[in-house]
Design a protein around this ligand. Structure first.
Ligand SMILES: [Zn+2]
Length: 240
């Protein structure tokens, strides 16, 4: 018996001394593979950069999706928004040439226009827009007596502002003569409608533009010929 107890400790001791670096005594069997730890450490250092790059790409994609969802969210709200009772809702038929049915990309500005047809009423202009062969439209028309007709749903594209059709809400405004100046009733309704759109569509009151600001076309004529009148209109919208 004494001879056995003396022989056993002599064999395990050398193996036990080589194993320990960083390992628990319970894994004593790994002592036979004392050369493995350095190889494993080298392999672990390489994968980290790849994982970081992949994580970065995933984050970029998620940020892009979030940015798009923000626009979709804004347009989605516009689709569910109820216009006030003073707006006569007469949405154009799907056959109307000026109603493509395309969703807006978002809304950045409200674009003001004049109908360029002296003496025509809001209803006249609505009915003109509602024809299959007419390739023009607007979200709203403000009439000679201050009446307001909605022609295009708030989340859809109208054909009024050229390259900015995709991200603007358009308002056509009637006028009694060729100067393009609006009646007081018409002007007051235009201020009220523009302010309501700013308040309810997530648009700053600074983001109200003329068709002229997009293409250089003299529209709305009176506000292009009289920049001071345009500035006053913007002030009236801000004050409303
Ligand atoms: Zn215009």
């Amino acid at each position: 018996m004494p001879s056995e107890t003396q022989q056993r400790p002599r064999q395990p001791r050398p193996a036990g001394k080589r194993q320990p670096p960083g390992r628990s005594p319970a894994k004593g069997q790994a002592a036979r593979t004392g050369s493995r730890p350095p190889q494993r450490r080298r392999k672990k250092k390489k994968p980290f950069p790849y994982q970081t790059v992949i994580l970065g790409l995933v984050l970029l994609v998620l940020l892009g999706i979030a940015a798009n969802l923000t626009n979709f969210g804004q347009v989605g709200k516009l689709g569910r928004l109820h216009v006030p009772l003073w707006v006569d809702k007469q949405i154009l038929h799907e056959t109307a040439g000026g109603r493509p049915g395309t969703k807006l990309d978002g809304v950045k500005d409200i674009a003001i226009h004049y109908v360029a047809n002296p003496g025509s009423t809001a209803q006249n202009n609505h009915d003109y827009f509602d024809q299959p062969e007419t390739q023009v439209s607007a979200h709203f028309v403000v009439g000679l007596e201050g009446e307001v007709i909605q022609c295009i749903p708030l989340d859809e594209v109208s054909y009024a502002t050229n390259d900015r059709n995709k991200d603007t809400i358009s308002i056509e405004v009637c006028h009694p003569d060729e100067t393009g100046q609006f009646n007081q009733e018409t002007y007051d309704s235009l201020v009220k409608l523009t302010a309501w759109l700013c308040d309810n569509c997530g648009i700053s009151r600074k983001d109200v533009i003329r068709h002229y600001d997009v293409t250089g076309k003299p529209c709305p004529l009176y506000f292009v010929d009289h920049p001071d009148a345009w500035e006053q209109f913007l002030k009236d919208v801000k004050k409303y």
